[in-house]
Every structure is written in C-alpha cells, then in structure tokens.
Write a protein that binds this ligand. Structure first.
Ligand SMILES: NC(=O)C1=CN([C@@H]2O[C@H](COP(=O)(O)OP(=O)(O)OC[C@H]3O[C@@H](n4cnc5c(N)ncnc54)[C@H](OP(=O)(O)O)[C@@H]3O)[C@@H](O)[C@H]2O)C=CC1
Ligand SMILES: CC(=O)C(=O)O
Ligand SMILES: [Mg+2]
Length: 597
C-alpha cells in the first residue's frame, strides 16, 4: 500500500503539546497554518533521524521529510562508523562528529560510548588540543556559556540565558593553562566542552543537566591577541582582586541560579589560581578541581598498580616528579596521604617524594615554589639536570607533568632502567606533542622493562618480539564518575578522602590480565563501566559520611545511580497515553500493529 492511501490523520496539534519542545507547534504568520514544528527533526536533542518510525513521522507532521526506510540504533551507528572512518584526519573526524552532536545528540553519545577507543582521541586529547589552538576557525554553535570580565555585576543574568534550566553540573575554565598549551584565553572553552561530553558518554549524566563555561578574563597569549579569528576578549588577562571578585561572583551566581549542590568542576586554571580557588571553595561549594584532585586520584591508582605488578610496597619506593604544578602536586599529595595511611609520618612520606621543576630539583634553597610544594623540598644540594637527578635518586617511579615534550631523553630513561628492574614511567602531559616521552621510547630505552602510561593515547609497541599495550593515564578515567556520584548524592561538598576511595576503585578495576600485559589502568573501552563504579563509590562515600542531601539513603546505591543515567536508546516519540484508540502508537521498528497501513 502506498502512503497516499493512508487514512487521513486526525488533527493532532493540541494533543502534541504535552510532549514539550519536541512537539511544539507555532503559527506560521504568513500562511496562518498551524503545523507541527520542524524542531522535531532540527533540534538534536529530539531528532532520531531515520529511526523515526513511519507512524511517528506521520503523527509528528514530518512525514515525507525522510526517505521511506527506517533504521534502528545499530544501523544508525553503522552509518556513523562508515562516515567517521571515511574522514582521513582527526580534524575532519572532529568536524563530522561535532556536527552529529548538534543534529542527533543521542546517536552521538551512543557512538562515543560504544566506540570510546576510536572517538576519545578525536573529541578529547590529543585532537582537542588542535581544536583549541584554532578555536576561532572551528567555532560554529553556542555549545556553552562565555562569561566575560565585562559581565561583572550581572553574571546571574548571563547564566539564566542558558538553554537548559535544570543544570546539575558545570565544567568551568578560565583558559589559564589548557592541557600543556599554556594560556589559551577564551579558546579554553574547547576543553570544557570536551570534558562535559564525557560526562554523558561515559557516566550517563543527562546532557540537559550539563553546562560548559568559559570565564573570559582576557589572555596574555600574544599569538591569540594578534589572531584575527580569535573569539575572546582582546585584552590582557585580568588578575588580582578584580579577577578573584569575578570568579567569586560566578561561584555565587552559579549556586544561586542552579542550586547549592550544583557540581562545579574547575578545569585548566593556571596552577596558582587552581590551588587558591580549591582551598577557598572546596568546603563551601560542591567544587572539584580536575587537574589537582582528578589527576591526583588517577595518578595514585596507577601507583597502586605498580605495587601490584612489582610486588614492592609503595612505602619502599622513591618517587621523582618532573613538574610541580597542579597535576604533580595533586598526585604527590594523594600519594602522601596513602603513605601516611600505611603508618609513615608526614615527614617520612614526604622524604620519599622528590619534585623537579624548571629550575631543577626542589630543595630547601629553591625560590618561588608553591606553598604546597614546600613540604617536598629536600635539604640537599641542588641538581639542575634531570638525568643527573635520576642517577642520584634512583627513583622507582618517574612521573612527568610538565607540558614539556621529550623531556625524558634517552639518557634519562636509560639511567632509570639501570637502577630498577621494573621502572615505571608516567608521561602525563597532553596533548601528544607535549608528552615527556613516547611509548616507543620508553620501551626501547628500558629494554622493554618499563611500566609505561601516558596522558594521551599511544598505540601498542612491539619490542624484541613482545607486544606492549601502554595504558592511558588520564583524569577522564575518574572525573565523569566523580561528577555522576556527586550529582546523584546531591553532595554539599567533596572532602579529600573521597578521592582516595576513587583511586582504590580505579586501581581495582584494572584486571590481572591488563597488569600482566604491563597496563597500569583499565582499557579506555571500559571507561563507561568504570565511570559507573566510580560514581557508585563516590555516592556511597557521601551517603556513609552524611554529606548527601538525599534522604532516606537508597538501599541499593548502584541501582539508584543507574536509574538517573541518560538512556542511550531511542525512546518512543509518541505520548505515553495515545489519545486515539484507532491509531495505536507504534512500539518500534518491529511493531506488528499496522494501524495506518
Ligand atoms: N594526564 C592527565 O590526566 C593530566 C595531565 N596534565 C598535564 O600536565 C601538564 C602540566 O599541568 P599543570 O601541572 O597544571 O601545569 P603547570 O604549568 O602548573 O606545571 C608545569 C610544571 O612543570 C615544570 N616544568 C616546566 N618546564 C620544565 C622542565 N623543563 N623541567 C622540569 N620541570 C619543568 C614547571 O616548573 P616551573 O614552575 O618552574 O615553571 C611546573 O612546575 C600539562 O601538560 C597537562 O596537560 C594535567 C592534568 C591531568
Ligand atoms: C587531562 C587534563 O585535564 C589536562 O591535560 O589538563
Ligand atoms: Mg586539565
């Protein structure tokens, strides 16, 4: 039967209203015809593409706008996969996938969830680094809120302009130090958007509860200021009291607008600001600094797994950290707590952790070091050269969080391997060209004995006929789950101990098989099940410690968390109670009912 022979549909317009935006109608002033709105198919939040059943198309008034075939989610994913693979470089893949996120949101998240290993390097590090560098060129849609220093005094008004009204979490950056790229000004929005996408794809936080924010306070990056395509405020970075008051107004406006238990994720602020704001806000807001706390939990988890592989206790190891910024300090402090929990005093624990910054080994004589780094300063002569420091200290674990590519030279790695049977190298800097060493270099210069992990992904390496799979050590293994847990529990604030619990969960999630293959972390393709585990850990901790605003405490926390998650399957586009008994609502592609045919 042809579609022209279909029975005419009743006028549905008034009955479509309860479905909200998807089915909104509007009056076409020129023709005075009332018709279903094209938002059904043009708003990516509702669009199902070819997965709208024939019945849905007719009832929504979009019949004829699609070819007659229908596809289920798997068929749609197949088509996306073919399109994705057809793009030969990562920027083209990014452009394609980004446009998918705009026009077909659920499919985008499902693709990212099901093919995390292939898609993560495109929407996150390393490609996001390239996107951020040329953000003005790629800017297309309002994917987040830009709050500029000129908005002082009415930040709350700007927040209310956001399209969703039930925001539960935001990722905010001021672009002060984005990945290892330095001051990226308003281009930093790229990292907020990338991180927020992982909240949904990995942890299942519904996208309409999320808000990426860029606090644009100018930039000291001359290249950006001179770039005709730069989209941010062309002023020098505002600092001091004016800047701090601005951030303070933002924090107050955020909870005033969206609630006191809004999860506020600080990302890629320059280290002094990151540490200052964390100290200031940690217990008065539900505030989380990913570079300090998320990286801290991630780094500690990897070290717990070095312990599992080498059978050497952490308290018997020596740690050398290249870098003394947010990331290195976040990990060093978590490690310190872990060592103390094993009976070491603060001084004993700190004596095992060495920091090495741009000026060399951090000693008691070092000048201009973060207050947080001072406890790791050693009463010894300065060492300016990293290879010499490695030779002298013979660390069990060498960690890099400097943003300086190729810092771990052949000499550094060989020296490390000379003193340790199974040395561990954490090359955490992002994106790939800022990594302290590549996986290949790490395996080659340690005769394949290294336990290697990196912030950005590397493909497997074959050395002496043996295949090694380097693990990705990135805070994306934890931040989506931390957000999920905090949101579900409606946490008032997040104490440091919660991150120690997260580190243990992450370490335990690494299978013995992975460890045997030298991988210190779970595979990236496991990131979404890991996010649930982390979310449950966080939620449970908050319930047990009376830090949740939810009462009574749910009996089954895992089920409680899962119930909140965004569903990566298509829902029916028709009202739950269909008002036309003669036209039963279709239940999907395989529906046997043939009301219209
Ligand atoms: N894998 C992951 O999950 C994460 C990775 N990172 C990465 O870590 C890197 C650093 O981030 P963050 O800590 O916030 O940045 P910062 O800029 O605050 O810190 C960088 C640190 O590296 C030091 N440094 C710079 N050059 C050298 C050098 N030649 N030798 C030794 N040390 C040097 C700096 O010393 P000085 O102070 O003297 O200049 C500073 O202490 C970035 O590349 C980021 O992408 C960050 C968070 C998470
Ligand atoms: C991963 C991350 O947060 C960073 O490189 O800054
Ligand atoms: Mg970061």
């Amino acid at each position: 039967m042809t579609f022209s022979k279909l029975r005419p549909l009743p006028r549905l317009v008034s009955h479509l209203r309860p479905l909200g935006r998807m089915l909104q109608v509007h009056n076409d002033a020129s023709s005075h015809v009332v018709r279903p709105d094209w938002h059904t198919i043009t708003d990516g939040r509702w669009n199902k593409g070819l997965s709208f059943t024939i019945e849905e198309r007719q009832r929504l008034g979009v019949h004829g706008l699609w070819p007659c075939s229908t596809r289920n989610m798997e068929e749609q994913l197949y088509a996306v996969g073919i399109n994705f693979q057809a793009r030969k470089d990562n920027i083209s893949k990014f452009t394609y996938i980004n446009s998918l996120s705009q026009r077909h949101q659920r499919l985008f998240y499902r693709f990212l969830r099901d093919y995390t290993e292939a898609v993560l390097p495109v929407i996150y590090t390393p490609t996001v680094g390239e996107i951020i560098t040329s953000f003005g060129l790629h800017f297309k849609y309002p994917d987040g809120l830009y709050i500029t220093i000129f908005d002082r005094g009415h930040i709350r008004d700007v927040l209310t302009n956001w399209k969703a009204k039930h925001v539960r979490a935001m990722c905010v950056t001021d672009g002060g130090r984005v990945l290892g790229l330095g001051d990226m000004g308003a281009n930093g929005m790229g990292i907020s958007i990338g991180k927020i996408a992982l909240y949904t794809a990995l942890a299942g936080v519904p996208p309409d509860q999320l808000l990426p924010v860029c606090l644009d306070v100018g930039t000291d990056n001359e290249e950006l200021l001179g770039d005709p395509l730069y989209v941010g405020a062309r002023i020098k970075r505002v600092r001091g009291a004016e800047y701090e008051d601005f951030v303070n107004e933002f924090m107050e406006a955020a909870v005033d607008t969206f609630g006191t238990d809004t999860f506020i994720h600080h990302e890629d602020f320059a280290t002094p600001d990151a540490i200052k704001f964390l100290k200031k806000y940690q217990y008065s807001y539900c505030c989380f600094n990913d570079d300090v706390q998320g990286t801290g939990a991630t780094g500690l988890a990897g070290m717990l797994n070095v312990e599992r592989v080498t059978k050497r206790k952490l308290q018997d190891m020596v740690f050398l950290f290249a870098g003394a910024g947010s990331a290195a300090l976040g990990i060093a402090n978590m490690l310190l707590t872990a060592l103390k929990s094993r009976g070491l005093t603060s001084e004993e624990a700190a004596s095992k952790i060495y920091l090495f910054d741009q000026n060399g080994l951090v000693t008691c004589a070092s000048e201009k070091i973060e207050a947080q780094a001072r406890k790791f300063a050693k009463p010894m002569d300065p060492i300016k050269d990293l290879a010499a420091a490695v030779d002298h200290l013979k660390p069990s674990i060498l960690l890099g969080a400097t943003g300086v590519g190729a810092l771990f030279s052949e000499q550094v790695l060989r020296s490390l391997a000379k003193h340790q049977e199974r040395p561990a190298v954490f090359a955490l800097s992002n994106p790939t060209n800022r990594t302290e060493c590549t996986a290949e270099q790490a395996y080659n210069f340690t005769e394949g004995r290294v336990l290697f992990c990196s912030g950005s992904p590397f493909p497997p390496v074959v050395f002496n006929g043996k295949r090694f799979t380097p693990a990705q050590a990135n805070n994306c293994l934890v931040f989506p789950g931390i957000a999920l847990g905090a949101i579900c529990a409606r946490a008032r604030f997040l104490p440091d101990d919660v991150y120690s619990e997260v580190a243990v969960t992450l370490a335990k999630s690494t299978s013995e098989e992975r460890l045997a293959a030298g991988s210190l972390y779970p595979a990236i393709k496991e990131a979404h099940s890991l996010a649930l585990d982390v979310g449950v850990t966080v939620c449970q901790y908050l319930f047990e410690n009376g830090l949740s605003n939810i009462y009574p405490v749910p009996k089954d926390v895992c089920e409680f968390v899962q119930k909140t998650q965004y569903r990566l399957v298509y829902e029916s586009a028709l009202p739950p109670t269909w008002p036309y008994p003669d036209f039963p609502a279709c239940q999907g592609k395989d529906c046997k009912a043939k009301p219209l045919l």
